[in-house]
Design a protein around this ligand. Sequence first.
Ligand code: ADP
Ligand code: MG
Ligand code: MG
Length: 363
Amino acid sequence: TKKRVLVLFGGASSEHEVSLMSAASVLRAMDHSRYEVLAAGITPEGLFEYYEDQAGINTNHWEGFPYRRFVHDPRRPRLLFSPGDGGVYLQNEGLVQPLTVDVIFPVLHGPFGEDGRLQGLLEMCGIPYVGAGVLSSAVAMDKGIAKRLFHQAGIPQTLHVEMRLDPRQPAIHEAVNLVEGRLDYPVFVKPANLGSSVGISKAVSRDELENALRLAAAYDPKVLVEQAVDAREIECAVLGSRNPVVSVPAEVLPSHDFYDYEDKYFSGTSQTQVPANLTPEMTERVQQMALQVYQLLECEGLARVDLFLERNTDRLLVNEINTMPGFTHISLYPKMCEASGIPYSQLIHRLIEDALEKESAVA
Ligand code: ADP
Ligand code: MG
Ligand code: MG
């Protein structure tokens, strides 16, 4: 019998729209001869709304400008999760009935979907799911904690300062002094827990730093300030749980000052190169570091590891790891897999099988 796969999309994070783009691609590529595909949209408020199959979802709305938020529809059945008794239920006009789901594919980016919270809910309910577990998801999402682990493992990274700011009354002057005492301009200011460059800015002066700190703190009271590096941006896909494989590296060539939200999803002017133009030795070093980072954080399923290759020194630094990277056809993760011999639909199949295998290994 066909496995029943529930694809989750949307989510209560600033990366809601990005998830819709990723999910549109995943839903279209699902192999219906192998899987029965169900879907649930998570509204920006966090409600799970159920679709019997993907036919009722107009994914055409999710691609191209302007991107849509997934709108709450009170008539849709809702998913209810019930820890300890087999998982997931449908609530439809007051009636509650169990829903059989073999595996969940959370095509969600950012807080709640990618940071371990959803993964914890699914573990509590005993439902297998694609991707990293609770701990890896949480640690990879928190750039500050991830950096502490990179440091402890001796993996080179940018100089940085981690701080906590009250989003309503940030002690901006203290923060600026702290940064200026440790780093030189330009610096990058980032919310610790987010992705897609949301809330990130580059600051070249005290004034810009103040604004950048306020912006980042509005997304997350935990803020990271990093020394800017003059570097090529090199990324690598890692796939699998017990014996993860590493793809050929790719390079991002931002068209803006840096690889910001606009550049990633709107303007279409940033260029990517797959595979990256690197010497065989550098390719090898990139792949080794990507795998090292993946295993350090005990990732499972998939992750994209993003590195900096410093222009003047050829030093390789780790920037970050993303446990649910962008997943459209033109996103780098699938492209790197494709360039390494794993086409998109097969990639999805491998991820689902990986989740199911893990499940049977535990049971
Ligand atoms: P996100 O998780 O939102 O993608 P990143 O840490 O990857 O956050 O930062 C987004 C982009 O900002 C990077 O792809 C890069 O272009 C730029 N950037 C971030 N940190 C630095 C840095 N220390 N030096 C130079 N560029 C940086
Ligand atoms: Mg990221
Ligand atoms: Mg990034």
